[in-house]
Design a protein around this ligand. Sequence first.
Ligand SMILES: [Fe+2]
Length: 305
Amino acid sequence: MALHRLASITIGVPNVEDTCVYYSEFGLIRDGETFSTRDGGEQLRIVDSPYRRLFEFCVGADDTDDLERVTERLNRLGVSVTHEAACVSAVDIHSGARVVVRVLPRSAPRPVSTASPSDSHIVEQQNDRAVAVLREESIHPRKLGHVVLGTPNAEASRRFFVDGVGLKVSDEVRGAAIFLRCSTDHHNLLLQTSAVPFLHHTAWQVDDVDEVGRGATCMLKGHPERHVWGLGRHFIGSNFFWYLRDPAGNFSEYYSDMDDITDGEIWTPGSWEPTLRALYAWGPDIPPSMLEPEDLAHLMAFHPN
Ligand SMILES: [Fe+2]
């Protein structure tokens, strides 16, 4: 029938244990070097690598017919496909990511809060405190939402992921970024033009903007160096965000309230100029590290071409 979700990722880092401790504190549920979310099951594996990178991006599909269609489309692009039980895989040589499409059951996430913060303010302030300010439990993300990858050849990576794997285009920033989805989330993969292939960030859905703020604030206690950018709200995708830095240099984002595209016939993809407006509706000034990795020289040593 179709691709239906971003199932899991594998990232490589040179400091596995430090990075595992970080994601445990971030609220993922640790089992060795594998991490689970509340609704998505096992969604992150951390393995050893001489430099930080995305190894694998696993997409859930409904049935083996989907795997056949992915194989045919990738073969038409001249990409070789590996077949295993209930999955096919191929490598985008430009971003360096191995994509696995696996037959998996659809997830049925619990509904997120539908009331806007202003709604809840109005309702809950009548003779009582807002529920949000009384929360004390620690943050545990619901699911892995998206991955942002730098690629030196965004057009070729776009052909691989869209024409080959079958992701849909949700929006585009001309010459800079393309937002792709394999579920109803506005984006599950964002391809960003960059000098080297690299993992920009992973994003983890929490219930609402209060959890974005509480989660990030908790991560920053005693670790101000983890702060990257937030609190703010993106324009493309509409989500609230707060970005933090893991010990390997990858950014991890708490987010909520992303646009949901349940009917691709109704959604109209936008093509935006590469301006700050396209990046965010409001928030602190964007730090340079969001636009170019601080460890670019280090990463280039592993990608001399
Ligand atoms: Fe993001």
